[in-house]
Design a protein around this ligand. Structure first.
Ligand SMILES: [Zn+2]
Length: 226
């Protein structure tokens, strides 16, 4: 059986993650790289010259003196929780297919259960909103999958306990970048129309798929998770 390169690709270990994002400074630097890949540009006057106000974690424009925070406009802005805990929560939430229960998250990142629950749901909401806004493009690989099925009854694809859906994964250099799911009626068999074609990069770019996960589906699917 051929080895699935996507499934067996090397992931980021927890120790690697802590080496890269274990301190507040590292987390802020990671945010700077992501949000300002081309360097600082003042949102008010467009000037690039700036200085860093280290004590308050702000950048100040040299021309108009407008001060900006790298967390402005993100879910991290003005929260009392350190960036290291947010980043660790993201890491833990996305490492496993089924995420992480709020109680376990609270123990892993060292916050109370209510805070862990809020963090988890805020992160899931952001992920969902992004997924609903953006369409997949480039090389897309499709496959069928089933969710649930842990309850007694018929096993396998035909189980009434399972929710069949199709998964579309955007890949780059044979690595998954983004995924969208679509629930299907009946069985998500390999005969499903056009679902299992590999879309060529050119064709996909000109006609990106239009799949999105609806909140109702997520709620229903989450309710059936063991
Ligand atoms: Zn400015």
């Amino acid at each position: 059986m051929p080895k699935n390169k996507v499934q067996f690709q090397k992931g980021l270990s927890l120790s690697d993650f802590l080496g890269k994002c274990g301190t507040g400074t590292q987390c802020r630097e990671a945010l700077v790289k992501l949000r300002r890949p081309d360097g600082f540009v003042c949102p008010k006057c467009g000037n690039e010259g700036h200085c860093k106000l280290s004590t308050r974690n702000l950048h100040q424009c040299n021309r108009c003196h407008h001060q900006t925070s790298i967390t402005a406009g993100t879910i991290f802005h003005r929260t009392r929780l350190p960036l290291t805990k947010w980043f660790l929560a993201i890491c833990l939430l996305t490492r496993r297919k089924k995420g992480i229960p709020a109680l376990q998250l609270s123990r892993e990142i060292g916050v109370n259960h209510d805070t862990a629950w809020k963090i988890k749901h805020e992160l899931l909401q952001v992920m969902l909103e992004r997924q609903r806004k953006e369409k997949l493009s480039g090389r897309i690989e499709l496959d069928d999958a089933h969710l649930g099925g842990e309850r007694p009854g018929k096993r396998g694809r035909g189980s009434e306990n399972k929710i069949p859906f199709l998964a579309a994964v955007e890949t780059r250099d044979e690595k998954p970048v983004r995924m969208q799911l679509r629930r299907v009626r009946g069985s998500a068999s390999p005969e499903s129309p056009a679902a299992f074609e590999r879309v060529s990069p050119g064709a996909a770019r000109s006609s990106p798929t239009d799949w999105a996960v609806s909140p109702a589906w997520l709620t229903q699917a989450a309710g059936r998770l063991p």
